[in-house]
Design a protein around this ligand. Structure first.
Ligand SMILES: Cc1cc2nc3c(=O)[nH]c(=O)nc-3n(C[C@H](O)[C@H](O)[C@H](O)COP(=O)(O)O)c2cc1C
Length: 156
């Protein structure tokens, strides 16, 4: 059984969670954890489970403009932030646009600031929507699981 975890990450938080999800899945699957910049459609070939996650930007999924803002924030002289390789590259929105239909099980996750999603928004809502639009079998339960995992695992 094969699982693929595809993640987008500017500063590494979502990368960290993607690695943790991948480690957990290795108890039952052969797992690949792949940044969205390297996730050609071929990485999904043969997958029995696909897990997709990204950072929450402006209450939802990132856009080119929010990724640019994230890099600019990290470039400020006093910033402790470092950006991941390919941070300015295509994000999950663009990746979904390049995909065909995949009738396989899937789950969405995100990272975000602490606080209720009604205030912060959450990228996993949009990711789940796009998963379903591409024919993935995404369940609300999986999304809730991803959100809870992200909430406990990312330091504030
Ligand atoms: C441009 C920008 C916009 C953000 N907007 C939100 C937001 O609306 N809600 C939220 O909860 N977090 C927001 N955040 C915080 C990120 O979602 C959070 O720090 C996330 O863990 C970053 O993940 P990453 O390190 O994988 O990039 C924003 C961050 C950036 C850089």
């Amino acid at each position: 059984m094969q699982a693929v975890v595809v993640y987008e990450s500017m500063y590494g938080n979502t990368h960290l969670i993607a690695d943790a999800i991948g480690a957990g899945l290795r108890t039952a699957f052969d797992v690949s954890v792949v940044p969205v910049s390297h996730a050609s459609a071929a990485v999904l070939n043969g997958a029995d489970l696909v897990v997709v996650g990204g950072p929450t930007h402006v209450h939802g999924m990132s856009r080119a403009s929010t990724r640019k803002a994230a890099v600019q924030a990290a470039d400020k002289p006093a910033s402790p932030l470092t950006v991941q390789p390919d941070a300015l590259g295509p994000g999950l929105r663009e990746w979904f646009g390049s995909l065909g239909r995949y009738p396989v099980k899937a789950a969405a996750f995100d990272t975000k600031v602490h606080g209720p999603a009604t205030l912060t928004g959450r990228a996993s809502k949009g990711i789940a929507h796009l998963l379903r639009a591409r024919g993935f079998d995404e369940t609300d339960r999986a999304r809730e699981w991803g959100a809870k995992l992200a909430a406990v695992a990312v330091p504030s």
